[in-house]
Design a protein around this ligand. Sequence first.
Ligand code: FRU
Length: 493
Amino acid sequence: MREWTREEKYRYLKDPQELLELYGKISKSAYRQTYHIQAVTGLMNDPNGFVWYENQWHLFYQWCPWGAVHGLKHWYHIVSKDLVTWKNLGVCLLPDQNDGYDNKGVYSGSAMPIGDKMYLYYTGNHRDADWTRKAYTCLARLGRGGWPEKYPLPLFGSNPDYTEHQRDPKIICLPGSDRYYMIIGAQTKDKRGCALIYSSEDLQHGWTFAGELKVPGFENFGDMWECPSIERLGGRDVLLFCPQHLTIPGRGGSQNHNGYILGNMDWETLTFKPDGQFHVLDFGFDSYAAACANNLQEPDKAILIAWMGVPDLSYPTDEEDWSGCLTLPRELTVRKRRLIQQPLPELKKLRDERLSTQADEQGVFALPKGAEIEVEVRPGPFSLSLFTKADGSGGLTISCDEAQKEITVDRGRMETRFNISEGEERKRPLEEGLYHLRIFIDSSSVEIFVNDGEAVFTSRVFPTAEEHFCHVEGDAFVRMWTMKRAVKEEFLI
Ligand code: FRU
């Protein structure tokens, strides 16, 4: 694997032409996605600033232009009218080259529109000459079609009572309240993960520290919380966050998790009272830093999108100098004290041609590069293997143990195995056994929605040219569609 020097990782982007050759190279990769958002070049990680503004959806992603490395982060901007097809707008927020507050990265954050302006809240990742880290909460303003104006001074610096791991501001606007809140991921000096709350009456000024979020029972839960947010949904509050360096039974050696707690948020006392335990948001292998859209037109609705990757891991396309993509957008609801995630109804627009799922004499049918597969599973033993070889061997297998009412996803029999230390199998109990699957495959990913959103498994997969068949065992009705291209390969920096 390539070793990057600090100079290479944190090189400033001077001219888009510097990336043209790299773009030419990666756009030939067999693993470039066809209907998922992916990095124009280099590495993408968290979705940022997801918001409805001026009649379209805006989304940004953490972007390091140079290759598959967590180096100098920018915000790259994309837009969509329907959350299905997306257009590149180019880089939006660049790190300051003159030792500014974000000299070593424009880190994650969120957006809120007021009037004809959109306000972008982000973490300025500053490094002193001796590489000491400092975190600032910064603001930029984007007007119609314009270049963003960064505010010359940060809204506030780091809170000295915590370590410098303070980042990822999520701006929250409570209906009927004249105050805005901001929730920030942080770490206490004795290395416990937590969230800090700031508040102000004005989006642009007067932000003050309101206190540490109290979450009874979760005082010692991982050593850092990344990307926290509080969403209101179905009359409940949901605290979404990514606790780090925590081992969760059934999650292999994985140390970084994205999950949620349902409960009630009291903004007076800054207490989130949990109603139940911490739940993993996505049971697959590659999902992190989920963000919900702000400024939705319908109250009590939430749309979530996540990074299809995990910190500190490497992926096979790292060799090709690119990595990362985003999940499909999902609609969230609450059912029986759990979050239910379903693909947005609009995504049905992507279905193109209906293909046969009639098995040949080897018991398999061919998979196109991008497809949606819908399966009605009837009682009895069941398994479905994606990306098998022509004889039905290998692949990623979804199976259900009827007696235990438990679904298993196993990617350990694919030719290209990666991040094996994280475990190659994930399981999840199902209330009434398995009855329905909606599966979205793209060139290098799979998202499996189980039983109308009861569970989701999101994973990267890197099938070889031979691995493009599907093998079903058990009693099931399977339909499959090819998918239209939804993301243009467009070199726009
Ligand atoms: C999460 C994260 C954030 C940070 C960003 C940097 O993946 O580590 O906490 O702001 O990525 O790219």
